[in-house]
Design a protein around this ligand. Structure first.
Ligand code: PGA
Length: 248
C-alpha cells in the first residue's frame, strides 16, 4: 500500500535538492517564523547548499526561523567534526542568517539523556510544533536513528545503532572505520516525527531503491520504520529516478 505518501520523482539528485530547498523557501517566505525540522547525512547536503545560495542570491531570510534536528550521536560534543551539531553549523547554519539560539540539536554529551530528550520534546511543543520536517532514509528503512523495530509512537530517546547503520556511516564519507562510530544516539522518535504538520523525505541513488519500495508499497510495519509515515496527512517523498527504480 502507499497510503497517503505523495511521490515527486526527479530526473537527478540535483533536481531533488532544488525541489526540497524550494519547498522550505516557500514555507519560510510565507511564514517567516516557521519551525522547521532538519536532517543530516549525505543526501540533504545539496539541499542545504541550495538554501545557502537562496539566502545569498535570492534574499531568503531565516532570521525568524526555529529549527530542530532529528538526532545526534551519543557521546559526541558539538565541536567533534562528526557530530551532527558540527555538520549543521558547517553545511547550513553558518551560511544563512538563522539565529544560533534558535537551532536545536540534541546534546550528545548531556549528563542525563532522558532529561535532554524530554527537554527537546518540550522545546518543540513550546515552539508550536514543527511545520515541515526534512528526513533521509537508511538502506534498512530507518528514519532518524529509529531502526527497524521502533514503534509508531516512539518519542525522543537514547537508541542503539544497528551494525548496518554503523557500516553505512563508516564508508569513508563520515567515519573511516566502524570502530569510530558511536554505538548509540539520541533520536527523535517516530511519534515525534509524525507530529510534524508536513514531512519531506529525500532519497537518491539505487542504494535506497529497496528501502523506498518497502516504505511506499510495503506493509505499515515497524520492520520498515519509514513505512510508518504512510498514514501521515502530508508526507512527500522527493526522490531521484534511481531511488524510484524498484517502485511498481
Ligand atoms: P544518507 O543517510 O543521506 O547519508 O544516505 C540517510 C539516513 O541514514 O537517514
Amino acid at each position: 500500500m502507499s497510503g497517503n505518501i505523495k511521490l515527486q520523482i526527479c530526473d537527478t539528485a540535483a533536481a531533488v535538492a532544488t525541489a526540497a530547498a524550494t519547498a522550505f523557501a516557500d514555507l519560510i517566505r510565507t511564514r517567516p517564523e516557521a519551525v522547521i525540522g532538519l536532517a543530516t547525512g549525505s543526501t540533504p547536503e545539496a539541499t542545504y547548499s541550495e538554501m545557502a545560495r537562496m539566502h545569498k542570491e535570492d534574499g531568503l531570510t531565516m532570521a525568524a526561523v526555529t529549527s530542530f534536528n532529528l538526532d545526534e550521536y551519543w557521546g559526541l560534543g558539538g565541536d567533534h567534526k562528526q557530530s551532527y551539531r558540527y555538520f549543521m553549523n558547517d553545511r547550513l547554519f553558518r551560511h544563512v542568517d538563522i539565529r544560533p539560539w534558535n537551532t536545536h540539536v540534541l546534546n550528545g554529551k548531556a549528563r542525563f539523556p532522558g532529561l535532554e530528550c524530554r527537554s527537546f520534546e518540550d522545546r518543540i511543543l513550546a515552539a508550536g510544533g514543527v511545520d515541515l520536517w526534512l528526513l533521509g532514509i537508511g538502506g534498512n528503512g530507518h528514519i532518524a536513528f529509529n531502526e527497524p523495530g521502533s514503534s509508531v509512537d516512539s518519542r525522543t530517546r537514547l537508541v542503539s545503532l544497528t551494525q548496518e547503520t554503523i557500516d553505512a556511516n563508516s564508508d569513508g564519507r563520515f567515519f573511516s572505520d566502524p570502530s569510530e562510530v558511536p554505538r548509540c544516539a539520541l533520536s527523535a522518535g517516530i511519534g515525534t516525527i509524525r507530529e510534524a504538520r508536513a514531512l519531506i523525505l529525500l532519497a537518491t541513488g539505487a542504494k535506497k531503491a529497496d528501502a523506498i519500495a518497502a516504505a511506499v508499497e510495503g506493509p505499515f510495519s515497524p520492520d520498515c520504520p519509514s513505512s510508518l509515515l504512510q498514514d501521515h496527512p502530508d508526507c512527500t517523498f522527493i526522490i531521484d529516478a534511481a531511488a524510484a527504480s524498484k517502485l511498481t
